[in-house]
Design a protein around this ligand. Structure first.
Ligand SMILES: [Zn+2]
Ligand SMILES: [Zn+2]
Length: 256
């Protein structure tokens, strides 16, 4: 791998390691680009607390920390500043307002919950409910059509146990939208390492048939997860079996 754009920091409450530790590990792994994309803050109403992301008041510290690493490693490592972001329709305008006021280079779509999170379910909850599957696909397609997301992390996060033909049709709809919006889909190496329901090879066969492209994402929650040659080889073999080309780098879409 020459690049990884999916890297967390301890601000999300479930990652560990200083930004510089990630940078050192990235250099040792031979990466040329290390993008940070910690779980974005969301501006929830009231006192709802989302435990797996930084709070809004931590955003400036995150920006400063990543820019400091960029300076310290200039000439050795490119360090774009990103965020892994859900598309929550009711909260998105307020989020964009905050992000546009800061030098954020890119957004990764990571749809961890449906609806606006506080009133809905985790996307990785196993379900056989057709309406839930349909809502997930509607929501991520709407997200991709904003033109603001540079890639889509673990698009295959939703474990569907219902009608197989329906699942295939919905995944085809997702993949065709990704292709039309030129959003690369991420093969998530953390999911592969931990034997999660993603990456799901059946999904990637649909992605290949739809003409999608992929990017490999470490989804690093600790520095050692940036140096994973065996996982990379498995992911590339799967992509090849499914006919999905893997991009080495991302074209970063500005947050206009
Ligand atoms: Zn995470
Ligand atoms: Zn992540």
């Amino acid at each position: 791998m020459l690049s990884n754009y999916h890297t967390h920091t301890p601000r999300c409450n479930h990652a560990e390691g200083a930004e510089r530790d990630y940078a050192e590990e990235a250099l040792a792994a031979g990466l040329e680009i290390l993008g940070f994309s910690d779980h974005t803050p969301q501006f929830f109403p009231g006192d709802y607390y989302s435990f797996f992301r930084m709070r809004p008041e931590q955003l400036d510290d995150y920006v400063a920390a990543v820019l400091a690493v960029r300076e310290a490693y200039r000439g050795r490592l490119e360090v774009p500043l990103g965020l892994e972001t859900e598309y929550y329709p009711a909260l998105f305008p307020r989020l964009l307002e905050a992000l546009r006021a800061r030098p954020i280079d890119y957004l990764i779509l990571g749809q961890h919950a449906l609806g606006n999170e506080l009133d809905d379910v985790y996307s990785g909850t196993p379900t056989d409910d057709a309406a839930t599957l349909h809502r997930y696909v509607d929501q991520v397609c709407e997200a991709m059509r904003t033109g603001l997301f540079s890639c889509f992390a673990h698009p295959d996060i939703l474990p569907f146990g219902g009608d197989e033909a329906l699942w295939q049709a919905e995944m085809r709809r997702l993949c065709e939208t990704a292709r039309a919006c030129q959003v690369p889909l991420e093969i998530n190496l953390l999911g592969l390492a931990e034997g999660r329901c993603y990456p799901n090879e059946a999904f990637w066969r649909i992605a290949g048939a739809a003409g999608c492209t992929a990017v490999l994402g470490c989804d690093a929650h600790r520095p050692a997860q940036l140096r994973v040659p065996a996982l990379e080889a498995r992911a590339r073999a799967m992509a090849a079996r499914c006919g999905v080309p893997v991009q080495q780098t991302l074209a970063l879409k500005p947050i206009l």
